[in-house]
Design a protein around this ligand. Structure first.
Ligand code: SAM
Length: 296
């Protein structure tokens, strides 16, 4: 798969999509599909729909994605690191920004000896937030406070009152969904309300967007991720990976993801008023290494 003929053709197609060359993109996708590129058909289907779907419009696809492939060891490592954090701080109150369906949060709470008892969950997808709330209610956790906020992190931070305070805020793989200017404002607004902040994000390579190495890297990493799914490959490709990739390729016109290297996260958080406590490598994921960053 590493630079195979199918990923080379897929990379050509990605360059054409980014350049909005529709006919060339379709031809290259068909050729990549004939060569065995796993994501080619899902991208063709999405281009036919004008790419209107985003990565979180089909919660079932995202949920299948995070429950397969190397997401399983990734999430095990993430939840274990969060559980250790709850035990060492300790934190009585926790705010999770972009909690999804609780895939990282819930095992962390279950795995900790001193889990926070006051929880606030912020998640703009009502379906994912509903699943997280249901799962939390169905397991035995001695919670004293649980509030689910079906809004974005931006709206949540903009509505904060002085008395709303948390020992710890966490966000796993979610702040990459916020446009940088809104994210900086959100982090600055959050700063006076949280004692510590734990972020888990991918330490993505520094690649110049639009370069040949950039498209080759995207093609290889997406194909490697999808290859790990057998039964759910179609759902994961069409409902999550293809919309995510299309969003990345259309950064200029319709962007939907803003990940960055760890050094850039540390700098962004410093500018928002947070001091780095430590970073911890969690898992060498197929996409890029996952890193926990703790701030105070
Ligand atoms: C990759 S998922 C991670 C979910 C969860 N934290 C986990 O680790 O499984 C990204 C999450 O960010 C959420 N999200 C997208 N835009 C957001 C925003 N503006 N504010 C807060 N969360 C957002 C998505 O709905 C999705 O649940």
């Amino acid at each position: 798969m590493q630079n195979s003929p199918s990923t080379r053709r897929l990379a050509e197609a990605l360059a054409a999509i980014a350049g909005d060359e529709q006919a060339r993109a379709r031809d290259a996708l068909r050729a990549a599909g004939d060569d065995g590129a796993l994501l080619a058909q899902a991208l063709l289907d999405l281009l036919d729909e004008d790419g209107a779907r985003t990565a979180y419009d089909r919660p079932a696809a995202f949920e299948a994605f995070i429950r397969g492939g190397d997401n399983l060891p990734l999430y095990r490592a993430t939840s274990a690191a969060l559980a250790r954090l709850y035990d060492t701080l300790p934190a009585a109150s926790l705010l999770d920004l972009g909690c999804g369906d609780g895939m990282a949060l819930i095992p962390a709470l279950q795995g900790a000896r001193r889990a926070p008892r006051h929880l606030d969950l912020v998640e703009p997808s009502p379906a994912l937030l509903g699943h997280a709330s249901e799962a939390l209610r169905s397991i035995h956790l001695p919670l004293e406070h649980l509030l689910a906020w079906p809004i974005s992190a931006q709206d949540f931070a903009a509505s904060l009152r002085a008395e709303q305070q948390w020992d710890l805020a966490q966000s796993t793989f979610a702040l990459q969904s916020l446009p940088p200017a809104e994210r900086r404002q959100t982090l600055r607004r959050l700063r006076p309300h949280v004692r510590q902040l734990a972020l888990v994000e991918f330490d993505v390579p520094v690649l110049e967007p639009g370069s040949a190495r950039y498209f080759a890297s995207l093609a290889q990493r997406y194909e490697r991720a999808l290859a790990a799914y057998a039964r759910d490959a179609e759902l994961v490709a069409g409902g999550f990976l293809a919309p995510m990739l299309l969003g990345q390729l259309r950064q200029a016109s319709r962007p939907s993801n803003w990940e960055q290297p760890v050094q850039a996260w540390l700098e962004e958080l410093r500018e928002a008023g947070f001091a780095t406590v430590r970073t911890e490598a969690l898992y060498d994921y197929s996409w890029s290494p996952a890193v926990l960053m703790l701030f105070e």
